[in-house]
Design a protein. Structure first.
Length: 461
């Protein structure tokens, strides 16, 4: 059966995103006093009392948007309501009942959906009496809550759990490949996601930056099933026009962290920008597998692809290992080839390297190209072991760790790519100072304890 889906709807600024965050337990949706801040559906899976459901936050109904996107937002709401098994209608107990609340209630009755009416912003008992006036909407008894103060949230989740069937199965996204789509503003990320999803899942507009939150979409195509995350377009931090854009940038960084593989979008029509360079650095720092996706190739038919590949390598030096593909979401050129390539790169990144292979490669690399001397000292690498997969992360015991330079780390990564025949995946390294002097290549007595400790940390280089 399909996964139980719940949509949160309501007019602008009634606290829908605050409720969404309170129920999920993370700051997923952007919360800001500006009406209309949540403009795309934002989806997360909620677990409660051995039940689980998909929760969707939506843009506000009847919103007047400063980029004339209100018609597109209304379509998003129609999609959210039509796909929901249960709707949470949020109203503002402080502001009281207004005509828009009646209009939304009428639309919900037409849709013949199960509805829970939530009177939000009941931050104190004196406001609770105001909640009863919403009974006139004809959607049942209003449930008084304060999403901001977490008042009534646990009871609300228990009420929702009663609607959710028992046979929900496992979290639908827990074992799926997680793909993050990132890039600067108006580079074609949302058009790509909509092509893959085959519906208007993300607002697409000629206005740059119309995707503000990170949007999760579960896609199934033949034998392939995966989660794809469209992120807000990034731009230089000095150019953030509002807190909304700053928070959106934070969501993009989190999407990168939680992904298994990254699709880094560039515009074939325009050159590589400072923002592209910043994103390239962020991807490299996270050490995730990445594919460089050059979009809008249908608008740049005169581009010399071989010269463009050299141009990319020159300006994105930290990602020279990443495969590059040219696509058009308008014509569909290479779109599904990109998905096939994504699965292949992920398969390669799950590589398991034996400890003997690791140490043979380390030994051969140092014989062929010893680490340069720094301050009269030459760092030495004694022993290595793999501590994480997808992509590989190696723990290397060394002497004089502080003198290991990044150029040598890049050399080591390239050596592993060549020897393991995986030229298109990253290799991440954690270096640990060998404090003992009575051994070099021998295994530390507490190796298991060290691995357990180091594997919880982010990679060092």
């Amino acid at each position: 059966m399909s996964f139980y889906t719940i949509s949160i709807i309501g007019r602008p600024n009634v606290g829908k995103s605050t409720l969404f965050n309170a129920m999920v337990g993370e700051k997923i949706s952007i919360v800001e006093p500006t009406p209309g801040v949540t403009r795309d559906r934002v989806l997360r899976t909620v677990h409660h009392e051995e039940k689980m459901w998909d929760l969707i936050d939506t843009g506000g109904i009847g919103i007047i948007d400063n980029q004339d996107l209100s018609e597109a937002i209304e379509l998003q709401l129609e999609l959210s309501i039509s796909q929901a098994d249960l709707v949470l209608l949020v109203v503002d107990a402080k502001a009281g009942l207004i005509p828009d609340d009646h209009r939304i209630a009428n639309e919900l009755r037409k849709a013949n959906k199960k509805v829970l009416l939530l009177a939000n912003k009941v931050d104190e008992e004196s406001i609770e009496a105001h909640a009863h006036e919403f009974h006139s909407l004809g959607l049942g008894e209003p449930i008084a809550i304060s999403a901001k103060a977490f008042r009534g949230i646990r009871d609300l989740k228990s009420t929702i759990a009663e609607f959710v069937p028992e046979d929900q199965g496992d979290d639908p996204a827990s074992d799926l490949l997680k793909i993050a789509v990132i890039g600067r503003r108006n580079v074609g990320k949302s058009s790509f996601v909509n092509f893959i999803a085959d519906e208007e899942r993300v607002i697409v507009s000629s206005h740059a930056g119309t995707t503000r939150d990170s949007i999760d979409v579960i896609i199934e195509n033949g034998s392939k099933k995966f989660v794809i995350t469209d992120t807000a377009g990034m731009r230089r931090k000095t150019k953030f026009e509002s807190a909304v854009e700053f928070y959106s940038a934070c969501r993009t960084e989190r999407a990168i962290k939680r992904s298994d593989i990254i699709l880094f979008f560039l515009d074939a029509v325009e050159g590589i920008s400072a923002v592209d360079g910043k994103l390239s650095k962020l991807i490299k720092e996270e050490g995730k597998p990445v594919i460089v996706v050059t979009t809008k190739i249908d608008l740049a038919k005169d581009v010399d692809r071989k010269r463009y590949l050299k141009y990319i390598d020159k300006h994105l030096a930290g990602l020279t290992f990443a495969p590059i593909i040219f696509i058009s979401s308008q014509t569909g050129e290479n779109v599904w080839k990109l998905i096939d390539l994504t699965f292949e790169i992920h398969r390669q990144s799950q590589l398991s390297i034996s400890t003997s292979e690791i140490n043979e490669i380390l030994s051969d690399a140092q014989k062929r190209h010893p680490h340069p001397i720094a301050h009269g000292i030459r760092p030495k690498l004694f022993y290595g072991v793999q501590i994480k997969f997808a992509p590989p992360r190696l723990l290397i015991f060394t002497r004089h760790k502080k003198y290991i330079n990044r150029n040598y780390v890049r050399f080591l990564a390239n050596e592993f790519r060549k020897r393991m025949k995986t030229p298109e995946i990253p290799y991440n390294f954690t270096f640990r100072e060998n404090k003992r002097t009575d051994y070099e290549n021998s295994v530390p007595d507490n190796l298991d304890e060290i691995i357990a400790k180091e594997s919880k940390k982010e990679h060092t280089i």
